[in-house]
Ligand binder design. Structure first.
Ligand code: HEC
Length: 119
């Protein structure tokens, strides 16, 4: 009886942990779509960038996008435009934007012409 209770509470605790982890890393793509209006001038309406110097965000790993935005925000990654764009974003904005752009279809088939110094 005692063992069963312990097992049941362990199971309950791990379920809570698992759900907590999922919620912490996931954003809402529909909310992100609304917040992405400010990004489309450069990254494109389809998230693939309007020119090669604007990175494609479509289909990118959401945790990569989140990490990049946090790095611009903290100044760990410097870019005059993106430091300014990331500054006002909340953690939830970053999650939602990352979920949205990650959900868009990528047009990258290879990196031809997309690597600086490459050809
Ligand atoms: C005025 C143009 C412009 C706007 C608007 C803009 N960006 Fe950017 N973004 C850039 C440029 C240029 C880079 C590449 C900077 C660099 O080399 O670090 C970039 C890089 C990024 C990266 C890193 C991509 C990678 O592959 O590492 C992310 C993520 C990003 N932008 C998200 C956003 C989001 C989200 C918004 C809207 C809130 C936004 N950007 C608005 C120009 C823009």
């Amino acid at each position: 009886m005692h063992l069963r209770t312990t097992l049941a509470s362990l199971l309950a605790a791990s379920l809570v942990l698992a759900c907590g982890t999922a919620a912490a890393s996931s954003g809402n793509a529909a909310d992100g779509a609304k917040k992405a209006a400010a990004c489309e001038a450069c990254h494109g309406k389809d998230g693939n960038g309007i020119a090669p110097n604007y990175p494609a965000l479509a289909g990118q790993y959401p945790d990569y996008l989140q990490q990049a935005l946090h790095a611009y925000q903290s100044g760990k990654r410097t870019n005059a435009i993106m430091n300014g764009m990331a500054a006002p974003l909340s953690d939830q904005d970053i999650k939602d934007l990352a979920a949205y752009f990650a959900s868009l279809p990528s047009k990258i088939s290879d990196l031809h012409g997309k690597i600086q110094g490459g050809d």
